[in-house]
Write a protein that binds this ligand. Structure first.
Ligand code: ADP
Length: 426
């Protein structure tokens, strides 16, 4: 039972409030916080006991969330109805209540006293509100020394109620955040598994299709050339989708590694551009390059990965540029990096979408209504491959007049590895 002691001075009450604020900011243990608040309410309002009741929306009644330290048992199954109880009245009317003579007051719910073998003589109860909505009630009962609750008691309990409401809201937000985070992780794992399984399972049938189509090409009469060619093109398209998915699966498993060799970026870019020259001329796009001499601009890097990154950028430049347009490819040395620049006179990218073009599965056009093929993976893969080298990739674009994609690759492996480490730490 609370020690009978002289009432606290205003200064002492303020000190207690300061203490509780410190406890609130130093722990996320809601139960401990609420218990501290209840103990403080008892002490400062000079009461025999105090408690916190929270509204349970499932049963639409109030339940005890924190109870007097001297009587922890017996509250577990106690429910306080919204109708015909002091706490219920305070909750519904969103107003505090002071009852000096509980014995005569019809608002007092007698079941709690009966269950706990307690006698309520006086009550001070205030609502706990969050964003103007009541979430529960904090009550102090039985002012000691036959005293009456004062304005000061009310003011103090209201301040405590506000603190308690913040604690409860924080705990709820934290709990919701944890639940959402766990769900997010579960979905992310499912997505990663789906990508890994899909890319793996599609490889075998695709291998068979490609094998048989090669055989068909040899034995089928020329009148079937067009059909065989269509199957080959579609199978190759599937192959590149599966390769994109595998690249992501490798990256997510953390087993994507760089295999460095020394090679000429000028040569790599020239060869990549050559591969796309037929597509460009078929689409009547003027594909021009500005590449230093053969064998120049040597880098120590993963040739295959950089070729993949560049291919994605080149494919997009051709895809998103209309016939009659231009695509320019340039390689140059900038300080200790080699820079590759691909610019086009295509449809461009809206300003709002620019920050997202390197996100996985991002496409400017809606997936289902878009004119262009693709899965929104190419640029995210290009970004990963460039960044694995400690390089940087970026895009500038004017909607309606074209885009420029550029990436920098450090020339030396040592410098690249240091940059890649810094990037990982970020
Ligand atoms: P996708 O395989 O769908 O092309 P990417 O990751 O390569 O996916 O590109 C993402 C999106 O960025 C594209 O769907 C397109 O909307 C936009 N985009 C990429 N490159 C260009 C470009 N050169 N011109 C205009 N839009 C582009």
């Amino acid at each position: 039972m609370a020690q009978e002691s002289a009432s606290l001075t205003r200064m002492e009450r303020l000190q207690r409030l300061l203490e509780i604020s410190k406890v609130i900011s130093s722990t996320l243990d809601l139960q401990r916080l609420l218990q501290t608040i209840v103990d403080l309410a008892t002490e400062v309002t000079h009461s025999e006991a105090a408690s916190i009741l929270l509204y349970d929306s499932n049963i639409q009644q109030l339940k005890f969330a924190a109870t007097p330290s001297f009587q922890e048992d017996g509250f577990d199954h106690l429910i306080v109805p919204i109708k015909f109880s002091t706490a219920g009245w305070v909750f519904t009317n969103r107003r505090p209540v002071v009852i000096h003579e509980a014995a005569d007051d019809p608002r007092v719910y007698r079941e709690v006293d009966r269950a706990l073998n307690f006698q309520t003589r006086s009550i001070l109860a205030v609502p706990m509100m969050i964003k103007n909505e009541p979430i529960g009630v904090i009550e102090a009962v039985n002012k000691l020394n036959q005293g009456h609750y004062t304005e000061d008691d009310l003011e103090f309990l209201e301040t405590l109620a506000a603190q308690a409401a913040i604690c409860i809201e924080n705990a709820r937000l934290l709990r919701n955040l944890q639940i959402a985070n766990a769900e997010f992780k579960r979905l992310d794992r499912m997505k990663s598994d789906f990508i890994a399984i899909t890319s793996h399972e599609l490889r075998t049938p695709l291998g068979l299709i490609l094998g048989h189509v090669t055989y068909l090409k040899e034995i089928a009469s020329p009148e079937y050339d067009e059909q065989v060619e269509a199957i080959t093109r579609s199978a190759m398209r599937l192959k590149s989708i599966i390769e994109d998915l595998s690249a992501i699966a490798h990256k997510e498993r953390g087993d994507s590694r760089i295999h460095r060799t020394e090679f000429s970026m000028s040569d790599l870019v020239r060869e990549a551009v050559n591969r796309f020259s037929i597509d460009a001329s078929e689409k009547q796009i003027d594909l021009k390059t500005q590449i230093p001499r053969k064998g120049s601009l040597k880098v120590e890097a993963d040739q295959e990965k950089l070729d993949t990154a560049l291919s994605h950028i080149l494919r997009n430049a051709l895809n998103f540029t209309d016939p009659g347009g231009k695509v320019r490819v340039e390689v140059t040395r900038v300080a200790d990096h080699v820079r590759v620049i691909v610019s086009d006179t295509g449809i461009g990218i809206p300003c709002d979408d620019l920050p997202h073009v390197f996100d996985r599965f991002f496409q400017v056009e809606a997936h289902l209504t878009r004119k262009h093929g693709g899965m929104g993976l190419g640029l995210s893969i290009a970004k990963e491959m460039v960044e694995m080298h400690g390089g940087q990739i970026w895009c500038e674009s004017d909607e309606g007049s074209g885009s420029t994609f550029s990436f920098d690759i450090p020339v030396e492996a040592k410098q690249a590895e240091a940059a890649a480490k810094v990037f990982k730490m970020d």
